[in-house]
Design a protein around this ligand. Structure first.
Ligand code: TMP
Ligand code: ZN
Length: 421
């Protein structure tokens, strides 16, 4: 597998020339936090620019970072992924409800359910394994091992045509294929669709959820664009993609996870036992209203992003000139995008407080801001904390009452730069 980024100015789905609407400049790998001894070494950067296809409407990165660059095998040839899905109770409940929905609506006795990118088994663990068969596909050894320990059969590999054919031979076709926060990472979505075609029963469904582009556009959250995410989906782009494979988008449901995701439901066109939900046409209309199909939505977004960047930099510089001390809060990978795009260095934001032991002592790539234990933040009592983990702001404000009582303020970057409380 290649270890080099691949740049193409054409749509990865239909090969038409892409139209660029956002350029975040030279970017490091968002999850590649640096050790102190790495700070003087040459770092890897790629150009993070995003375009849309005026033919199939797929929004995508120009440069694709191959999995092996962020799922880098260690000295034992094991691939490790930084996210364990099951660390959050909220997400556990979310996946449990999805599994129940699939079981109740679409499965029969003995059906096979496949999860592409099954992580630690957070979805598959919820299926009643006395009634149904489950199979995970997961390339990262560390998370797959956890699933296997839970008794969930897991193939440690990437989904590709060879793997799909092997599954077909050994396990047969699947009644349901699901995937969460993975399809957007798969550079060759045409191959993915061929895999679905190989594996899906005649009356089976393919359902997946990923961050929903219109929400990113609405909230100006350009920090959602990063190396692992090749694609940013709309109802338009998914409808067009699956129709090329004689399949059909029959439903789409909004999910309050990862800042706003869409769960898509796909079936074979030949399967008339499932009706097309009104949701599909309603979403297509809403997307047309904001200009998803004309380019307007993207160009407006780009203007707002440039304005947001200028506002954030101006605010930080103004506070600095007034002698205020500013730090970062929550060393989320999103913050790597914000700091590198806005060129926020340790002179502006001294350090980032983060409660994850594995991140403490490391540095943001590119801008080299150090990540420290929250004790430092609490003892230091800075004036302002720029929140990179803005999606957790409620929890953070509830937990940092002492900071607020002492006059501390939070800076939230989106949808517009604001100071709380
Ligand atoms: P996420 O947005 O990808 O979930 O990352 C959030 C980061 O913020 C993660 O590194 C943990 C950190 N964090 C804190 O340090 N304190 C907190 O109170 C919360 C909610 C998150
Ligand atoms: Zn296209």
């Amino acid at each position: 597998m290649t270890q080099e980024p691949i740049t193409s100015t054409n749509c990865k789905i239909c090969n038409k020339e892409l139209i660029r609407f956002l350029d975040l400049g030279q970017m490091p790998i968002a999850n590649a936090l640096l050790r102190k001894e790495d700070l003087n070494k040459k770092e890897f950067f790629y150009r993070l620019d995003i375009g849309y296809c005026s033919s199939c409407y797929m929004v995508q990165m120009f440069t694709t970072i191959p999995y092996e660059m962020y799922l880098r095998p260690d000295e034992n040839k094991k691939r490790n992924y930084v996210f364990f899905s099951s660390t959050s109770d909220f997400m556990k409940q979310h996946f449990k409800e999805w599994a129940n929905e699939i079981s109740n609506n679409y499965l029969k006795e003995n059906s096979l359910v496949i999860d592409i990118g099954s992580n630690d088994g957070i979805l598959l663990q919820n299926f009643d394994r006395n009634n149904f068969k489950v199979l995970g596909i997961e390339p990262a050894n560390n998370v797959a091992d956890v699933a296997i320990q839970k008794g969930i059969p897991t193939i440690i590999d990437y989904m590709n045509e060879a793997v799909a054919k092997k599954i077909l031979q050994e396990k047969g076709k699947a009644r349901a294929i699901a995937s969460a926060n993975v399809i957007l990472n798969i550079a060759d979505l045409n191959e993915l669709m061929r895999c679905i075609d190989i594996l899906l029963e005649k009356e089976g469904i393919f359902t997946f959820e990923d961050p929903y582009l219109p929400v990113i556009l609405e909230n100006n959250t350009y920090d959602q664009f990063y190396d692992e995410h090749v694609y940013y989906f709309t109802t338009h782009s998914i409808k067009n993609l699956v129709e090329e494979y004689n399949m059909e988008l029959f439903d789409a449901k909004f999910q309050e996870v990862h800042g706003g995701s869409m769960r898509f439901y796909i079936k074979r066109k030949s399967n008339s036992s499932i009706n097309i939900s009104d949701n599909v046409n309603n979403l297509l209309k809403k997307e047309r209203d904001i200009g998803i199909d004309s380019g307007k939505a993207y160009n407006d977004f780009n203007s707002r992003v440039q304005k947001n960047k200028n506002e954030l930099i101006s605010l930080l510089k103004k506070l600095k000139s007034e002698g205020k001390r500013i730090v970062g809060y929550g060393a989320a990978s999103k913050g790597v995008i914000i700091t590198n795009f806005c060129n926020i260095t340790p002179e502006l934001v001294g350090y980032i407080s983060d409660n994850t032991p594995a991140k403490q002592g490391l540095y943001y790539p590119g801008v080299h801001i150090p990540i420290v234990h929250p004790d430092n933040f609490h003892n230091d009592k800075p004036d302002y904390a720029l929140v990179f983990a803005w999606n957790h702001i409620k929890e953070i404000m509830a937990k940092e009452q002492e900071f607020i009582k002492n006059g501390g303020k939070f800076i939230i970057p989106f949808p517009n730069v604001q100071i709380l409380p």
